[in-house]
Ligand binder design. Structure first.
Ligand SMILES: [Zn+2]
Length: 233
């Protein structure tokens, strides 16, 4: 392990495809992050103000919930829940997809976080026999099953937001913390249309077609831009 060359900043290894290192041993992904966010300090106050204005708009709609928080039990989504409930006092619904393999520590974290705030919560559990079937097909056909799971997570978000007419979704992820997962070899095909294409004609096709039922509308929203999704929901 120790003789693998790695980025001196983020420890990504040289075995990752399309990685390059500069003379300081820093990788192209770290340098891209630096370039993308070099103005961050000068715009962060404005971004913060815009964020709080969005929260105010959501509150004024007086819907059953102001915000939906997708909750995985990890630190980022738990922080999003904390921010919404404790800092901003938003009426919050959290939603968790259990793909059949959610770990005990994650479930404990979710239970503890919910006990510490006043958010309501939906658990959407896919039976592990069914999800295994789906992951098998994705692995056989594409070599990856992350996108199958992501479709399930996004479906649970779409379902909860629609069911309760929730105007805003706050996730524990964002452009500033996702640079690694945006490497296209690791993840990029996370769309409902892609999901529909992979399962078409397979045994899991009938069982999981509902997860991409709204694919045309979802593609439109994606093209129209993430910002507009906020108040289209
Ligand atoms: Zn790096």
């Amino acid at each position: 392990m120790s003789d693998i060359k790695r980025c001196t900043r983020c420890i990504l290894p040289e075995s990752l495809s399309n990685i390059t290192f500069d003379e300081e041993g820093i990788c192209n992904h770290c340098r891209k992050y630096e370039a993308d966010f070099k103005n961050w300090d000068s715009i962060k106050e404005r971004k913060f103000k815009e964020f709080e204005e969005i929260l105010e708009k959501a509150k004024k709609l007086k819907r059953p919930y102001d915000v939906l928080v997708p909750l995985s039990g990890g630190k980022d989504s738990t922080y999003a829940l904390y921010l919404c409930t404790k800092i901003y006092g938003l009426k919050t619904l959290a939603v968790t997809l259990d793909n059949g393999f959610l770990t005990r520590p994650a479930k404990d974290n979710i239970r503890n976080a919910l006990a510490s705030c006043n958010a309501d919560h939906i658990f959407y559990s896919i039976n592990s026999k069914n999800s295994s079937e789906l992951f098998k097909i994705f692995t056989e056909k594409t070599g990856d099953f992350c996108n199958a799971c992501m479709r399930g997570i996004n479906y649970s978000i779409e379902f909860a937001a629609k069911s309760f007419n929730i105007p805003l979704v706050i996730k524990g992820s964002g452009r500033r913390v996702q640079s690694v997962s945006q490497i296209k070899e690791v993840s990029s095909l996370n769309t409902a249309s892609y999901f529909a294409n992979v399962i078409r004609g397979t045994d899991a096709g009938n069982k999981f077609r509902y997860l991409s039922a709204d694919k045309n509308k979802l593609e439109f929203q994606k093209i129209a831009g993430g910002g507009s999704v906020i108040f289209l929901a």
